[in-house]
Design a protein around this ligand. Structure first.
Ligand code: BES
Ligand code: ZN
Length: 462
């Protein structure tokens, strides 16, 4: 049996693969919303049953919240083992108003499939499931050993997977983890991602008087939590884009000259990028290019703000409470728990008098960098070339996939980040999409990845 026959299977099944993906996309598996807990479970069952239909022994592993799907086929002794990781949960679709077609009714327009989860991560994750199916239905076996781990809490930074990975290093042991949950560099420029940012996410709540007050009667005499919060937030960054928290940059690994040169050599126009976003100019940390800021420099952003009167028309109120959700994207070698301390010290120092505050931790993850010259990366490059007709470029990304750090620390393995998405896929936003040609190219690349990795001896046999 040859890989050509596996590829012929892909051609024959194109429509069916699309239809199955649409079925999965119709399930509103929004992990954050308890109203959707049943749907989220249905998505897990869909993934389990899809694996079973292909001939993979798969089961649901219950957690305190959303189940993990685990499957394996380990009958290629002496060959490498990969662990395919992905997630079947999605971000909330709200606000619904900007969606041109309903988020859970997958709709094709201009060669793209629009739906919540299309690119993040159902469509991307599904490429590997279909590659498995193609190998098994064509040849009856897989050229390498495959473990599959698809979780349902990625979008809520769930701790249940962390616990599962920590407690099951033997079960999950592998030579490489394979993840498709990132993007290509550009259309026609597939990429291997070798760096992801970490994340430190907080909610800062400022409290003032016992209750809301008349702003004329009390204003000027009583501290206003909205004003105080603004003072704190404004103190976080200088006009040169530098974060002003003492010690914040201490552990930041400086960009190497070779890496700056490599970033600069990528075909990227700051002007096209600016115009595509509809902003008047690009801003950020002085002394760095846009790509460097996006991929390799730490950032600080307010993700949400509340406090005071939000209804129509004016209300002259002096609010008793204000809050901000804010996050730091971290780079190697910043440690999320150190950042927590530094942030706390900073707020203590700058918080104006007359208010109190609390800091709630939402999620923390360290940044990751993976080797770019492992045999796995070389195999993945050849596979991408076969699937996409073009060799990949090597990039970093500003997003985070917290479990990738755990795969390194708990299992001691590198992750191959093979993203099939595009930068304008609008993940987490309205009108999320996934290009259908990329979907099929991704499946083809995955089919080739298995074959390319089979040419290597496993790490354990070296
Ligand atoms: N697929 C994304 C991560 C991503 C996006 C990587 C773009 C590279 C480029 C993932 O599903 C995600 O959204 N992660 C969250 C992590 C958070 C919820 C802990 C993120 O980055 O905000
Ligand atoms: Zn996401």
């Amino acid at each position: 049996m040859s890989i050509e026959q596996v590829e012929a299977y892909l051609e024959k099944r194109r429509r069916d693969f699309e239809d199955r993906l649409k079925e999965l996309l119709r399930i509103p598996s929004v992990s954050a919303q308890p109203d959707h807990d049943e749907d989220t479970r249905r998505a897990a069952l869909f993934v389990r049953d899809d694996l079973r239909a292909s001939g993979i022994a798969a089961e649901l592993i219950e957690t305190k919240r959303h189940p993990i799907v685990y499957g394996e086929k380990l009958d290629s002794p002496g060959r490498p083992t990969i662990l395919i990781y992905g997630h079947y949960d999605v971000q909330p679709a709200e606000p619904l108003e900007p969606w041109l077609s309903p988020p859970f009714e997958p709709t094709e327009r201009d060669g793209n499939l629009y739906a919540r989860g299309a690119t993040d991560d159902k469509g991307q994750m599904f490429t590997h499931l279909k590659a498995i199916e193609a190998w098994l239905k064509t040849t009856g076996g897989l050229p390498i050993n495959v473990k599959v781990l698809i979780e349902g809490e990625e979008e809520i930074g769930g701790e249940n997977l962390e616990e599962f990975v920590s407690k099951n290093p033997q079960k999950l042991a592998c030579d490489y983890v394979v993840v498709s949950d990132t993007s290509q560099f550009a259309p026609g420029a597939p990429a291997i991602t070798y760096g992801l940012k970490g994340l430190a996410y907080y909610e800062l709540i400022v409290h003032g008087a016992r209750s809301d007050l008349h702003s004329g009667m009390y204003g000027g005499a009583v501290a206003n939590p909205c004003n105080a919060l603004s003072v704190i937030l404004a103190s976080l960054k200088g006009s040169d884009g530098r974060i002003l928290i003492d010690g914040f940059y201490d552990a930041v690994r400086p960009l190497a000259d070779w890496e700056r040169a490599q970033f600069a050599a990528l075909p990227f126009s700051e002007e096209v990028f600016r115009a595509s976003l509809g902003v008047t100019e690009l801003v950020g940390e002085a002394g760095y290019t846009t790509i460097e800021r996006k991929w390799a420099r730490p950032t600080c952003d307010v993700n949400g703000l509340y406090g005071g009167y939000q209804g129509p028309g004016p209300k002259t109120v002096l609010p008793c409470k204000a809050g901000a959700k804010l996050s730091f994207r971290l780079v190697p070698d910043q440690d999320p728990s150190t950042i927590r301390e530094l942030f706390q010290n900073h707020v203590r120092k700058v918080c104006p008098p007359g208010v109190t505050y609390e800091i709630i931790d939402h999620s923390g993850a360290a940044a990751v960098l993976v080797s770019v010259d492992s045999p796995g990366v070389k195999a993945a490059s050849r596979a991408i070339e076969a699937g996409f007709g073009k060799a990949p470029v090597f990039i970093r990304e500003g997003g985070s996939i917290p479990v990738v750090g755990l795969f390194k620390t708990k299992l001691g393995v590198d992750t191959l980040l093979l993203g099939w998405g595009q930068n304008d896929d609008n993940l987490h936003g309205p009108n999320e999409k996934f290009n259908l040609a990329d979907f099929h190219r991704g499946i083809r690349a995955s089919v080739h990845l298995f074959a390319e990795l089979a040419k290597d001896r496993p790490e354990s046999a070296r």
